[in-house]
Design a protein around this ligand. Structure first.
Ligand code: KE4
Length: 432
């Protein structure tokens, strides 16, 4: 039995499924998860001493790569000054100011400890600020595991969502309407039927939880118009895309494509913690004023704005703000995607891929299906078996991709051109 298998067997005795987050268990791809002992730059090492080029990056946070000296130094200094106070600190102000400087539509932020907490709180705030209960989300988008968001499409529009998880009472999701991503007709119908009751629409502007699917510009433009017309708040869940697809997140991309475009509330996470437990939600002052202690929407957290986590986040944002950082990262990611596309073409394998900034996704299309999937059903119709074979073939060759076809991939500024070339070479061998 390998060391990873031994550890996995032992882990399963004391931790449900042997993991503290389900996707880590490799159940979507099969096989034994790798127990990681350390990481540096673009690399991970597992319990058997094997080295992998890491394209998960802790699911997004490690945009600088692992162990960036400036981040480690900031964390060391902060830790030496105290791990947690449960009282305000200047660094929380600095991080809030740094986020606001990068996302002009945000005037105030509240720091929390996970994307789930940020999404759940943004939802409660939207409901509190509008006095409405109905919410809209899209199939294939994941906004953390708060009860009201663990919901799948009801049969047709008239019926509201059904829980995707046991333990979520139907009445908790009865106000949640799930639409098909990029489906304009459903959007129009939902608003014409329920418009005045909708508190908010929550969306991943580039959906990294169905691998990599972009919200079409006409769809996003119309979504903004409908929210405005009906007094619903547009909530951008940028936990994954924020400070990852561009310095100003996906919002800066859509604001550049749609004149006057502006979301109302934002959810952030991952990159802004630099690998430490930190997330945030934010928006205009006249919405944020509804939050306790100012207003009636309660929200709190023992470790919110943790002094070590804010040090890690600030050091990370400081590095990615450097001139040319995102241009170089985007070029590196594009080189990876073009290399994978070339390898698939040479192998005669139906393949589609896309990327933005330091985030990418790829799909093995089935014969007859062309191009990039535009919604969850299309993603799930891609060739899962081929994806899983590719995943393991790459893992064997020292390339660590996301262990599920519905997950996105991430490139860091620590990935060198040689790492990209080695990855493309491993892909060419894996696709033979
Ligand atoms: P966390 O609670 O996992 O910090 O964030 C939840 C969340 C919210 N919104 C978006 C867009 C997200 O992608 C996430 C979390 N992303 C997953 C990756 N698909 C985290 C990995 C995991 O669940 O272990």
């Amino acid at each position: 039995m390998s060391r990873n298998e031994q550890l996995f067997e032992r882990a399963q005795q004391v931790i449900p499924g042997g993991v503290n987050s389900p996707v880590r268990a490799f159940r979507a791809v099969g096989g034994t998860p790798r127990f990681i002992t350390r990481a540096e730059g673009a690399f991970l090492w597992d319990a058997e001493g094997r080295r992998y080029i890491d394209y998960i990056g802790s699911w997004g946070p490690m945009i600088l790569g692992h162990g960036h000296p400036a981040v480690l130094e900031a964390v060391r200094k902060a830790a030496a000054d105290g791990l947690s106070f449960g009282a305000p600190t200047e660094r929380e102000i600095e991080l809030a100011e740094a986020i606001i400087a990068l996302v002009p539509a945000v005037e105030q932020v509240r720091l929390v400890s996970s994307g789930t907490e940020a999404g759940m709180s943004a939802l409660r705030l939207a409901r509190g600020a509008t006095g409405r209960s109905r919410i809209v989300k899209f199939e294939g988008c994941y906004h953390g595991h708060a009860d009201a968001l663990l919901v799948k499409a009801g049969s047709g529009l008239a019926t509201f969502g059904h829980p995707t998880s046991a333990g979520v009472p139907p009445e908790v999701v009865q106000h949640t309407l799930v639409l098909e991503y990029n489906n304009l007709a459903q959007l129009e119908e939902a608003f014409s039927t329920h418009g005045r009751e909708i508190a908010c629409v929550m969306i991943e502007p580039i959906a990294g939880n169905m691998n990599f699917v972009r919200a079409a510009v006409p769809f996003m433009k119309r979504l903004r118009e409908l929210c405005t017309a009906h007094g619903a708040l547009l909530v951008f869940d940028e936990v994954m895309t924020g400070f990852r697809v561009a310095l100003g997140g996906a919002h800066s991309l859509y604001a550049g494509l749609i004149p006057g475009f502006r979301a109302d509330l934002f959810v952030f996470g991952k990159v802004i913690g630099g690998g430490m437990p930190l997330a945030a939600f934010g928006g205009p002052r006249d919405v944020m004023k509804h939050l306790a202690p100012l207003g009636p929407v309660y929200q709190a957290g023992t470790l919110s704005g943790n002094p070590v986590a804010t040090a890690s986040g600030l050091a990370t944002l400081h590095e990615i703000r450097r001139p040319g950082y995102f241009e170089a990262l985007a070029a590196r990611t594009k080189a990876l995607v073009e290399g994978l596309q070339g390898a698939a073409r040479d192998a005669g394998v139906p393949f589609a891929a896309d990327c933005e900034g330091g985030m990418f996704g790829f799909f093995f299309n089935r014969p007859g299906a062309e191009g990039l999937p535009q919604n969850y059903a299309a993603v799930m119709a891609t060739d899962k078996e081929r994806f899983n074979r590719f995943f393991h073939a790459m893992l064997e060759r020292g390339v660590y991709l996301a262990p599920a076809l519905y997950e996105a991939g991430f490139v860091s500024s620590a990935h060198s051109a040689e790492d990209i070339a080695a990855t493309v070479s491993a892909a060419a061998q894996s696709l033979r």
